[in-house]
Design a protein around this ligand. Structure first.
Ligand code: RNT
Ligand code: ZN
Length: 419
């Protein structure tokens, strides 16, 4: 027996003493797909070849070599990342990450043809699925910081048609892959300075969304989510799609709510919101990211926030109703490592949640809050690392940072040759 297996056997015993079944936890972790956000690989530029600057309040900083310049390069990069993340996962695309442009066709007219290589690739690689989000930014038709809520009906029409196009492409993905594509609607619309009218843009956003969602698409092909944000760079004073707006919209129109962990006040955690929402809502999407000061998009790391999100997602039995996706972009480090580190850390956080001993909840039930605190703190030093290493070994991977060897050699051979 090798060292990983020996360590796992001992860890299994230690957890069993705490009434935790590690084999069951491993099975659960194996069944959780994470939707890997393709846009970490191209710095959210998309592949329209039109030199659209990144707008909409998202900022990607850094110039590490090797940004994917086209969809082929991005797929190569994703192949390596997916190989180094244990388990079977999904890939999440933005609406401008086309694999080819067609003459005279802009975002409002995109069809599956613009994304067909993505679908072929997903089938060939046996991905768990593909997701697709309309990109309501980085385009000349984002005018005055507004897309779906713009006062000009022509501009709104363009963006509505982009939303409709993405839903149809998503449905085509879903039909072929046998798993619904999640289409997440996030629009950057907002105001740098205090608007004189906050109401009219919100009414227009609501009507535009209704138009995007007018077509009935079967839930086994495509599902919609709506994502709120507190503020963005350049939209500090008012975000049209606020939390209250989308919470009520989702509830009324039977859409999923998307919680991005970087989209709230820095002291506010989305972890606490999940159990509230699940009292009255059936399904949600998570955009897992890490907020640092003004930025909401750092690589996820195993910090208290991530542990709390994973814990609150996993322990009440509604995890299968949560679609888990990553959403961050860091161009100052190797982009493939950013995917691998962030995704693996999220998996570690989920594993720790699956391995939570029942003791703290039992003591809480008995009214013993001191004991609860002691149990919560004692659980932190249980040997979950040995279980993680074993999990990785069942996928022919190592639990530590050995993945960097392959990433570094790929950087030398491939990424450094990209201008
Ligand atoms: C932006 C939202 C959104 C984006 C993507 C690139 O603040 O989080 O999900 O990250 O559209
Ligand atoms: Zn997001």
């Amino acid at each position: 027996m090798n060292r990983t297996e020996t360590a796992y056997r001992i860890a299994r015993e230690i957890f069993a003493e705490q009434n935790v079944d590690t084999d069951a936890a491993l099975k659960k972790l194996d069944a959780v797909p994470i939707s890997i956000h393709a846009w970490q690989g191209d710095d959210v530029t998309g592949f329209e070849n039109t030199n659209h600057a990144l707008t909409g309040g998202c900022q990607v900083t850094g110039n590490h070599p090797g940004r994917a310049r086209n969809a082929d390069e991005l797929r190569d990069d994703l192949d390596l990342a997916l190989k180094l993340i244990p388990g079977r996962h999904r890939v999440n695309l933005q609406g401008h990450q086309v694999d080819k442009m067609l003459p005279g066709v802009d975002r409002d007219g995109f069809t599956l043809e613009n994304f067909s290589c993505w679908l072929e690739w997903a089938m060939e690689k046996k991905l768990h699925g593909l997701d697709l989000a309309p990109a309501f930014y980085s385009h000349v038709n984002l005018k005055d910081g507004l897309s779906l809520s713009h006062p000009d009906a022509g501009i709104r029409r363009f963006w509505i048609d982009h939303g409709i196009a993405c839903r149809r492409i998503g449905a085509a993905f879903g039909r072929k892959l046998g798993t619904p594509a999640i289409c997440n609607f996030w629009a950057p619309d907002g105001f740098k300075d205090t608007p004189a009218d906050r109401f009219a843009p919100r009414l227009r956003l609501m009507e535009s969304l209704d138009a995007c969602f007018a077509e009935n698409i079967p839930a086994n092909e495509e599902r919609d989510a709506v994502e709120a944000k507190l503020f963005g760079i350049g939209t500090e004073s008012c975000t049209v799609g606020s939390h209250e707006f989308y919470m009520l919209y989702a509830m009324r129109k039977n859409k999923m709510l998307c919680f991005d962990s970087g989209h709230f006040h820095p002291t506010e955690s989305i972890a606490d919101k999940l159990s509230s929402v699940f009292c009255m809502m059936d399904e949600i999407l998570l955009h897992v990211s890490r907020g640092v000061r003004w930025d909401s998009d750092h690589v996820t790391v195993l910090n208290d926030e991530l542990l709390a999100i994973a814990r609150e997602s996993a322990v009440y039995g509604y995890l299968e109703k949560i679609h888990l996706a990553l959403d961050y972009f860091d161009a100052s480090i190797n982009r493939i490592a950013a995917w691998v580190i962030g995704a693996r850390d999220f998996q570690k956080a989920l594993l720790i949640a699956f391995l939570e001993p029942p003791r703290a909840r039992e003591l809480e039930k008995a009214g013993d809050f001191t004991g609860r605190l002691a149990a919560q703190e004692a659980a932190k030093s249980l040997p979950w690392g040995a279980v993680w290493d074993y999990f990785c070994s069942t996928h022919n991977l190592s639990g530590g940072m050995e993945f960097m060897d392959e990433i570094n050699s790929y950087e030398r051979k491939i990424l450094e040759t990209r201008a």
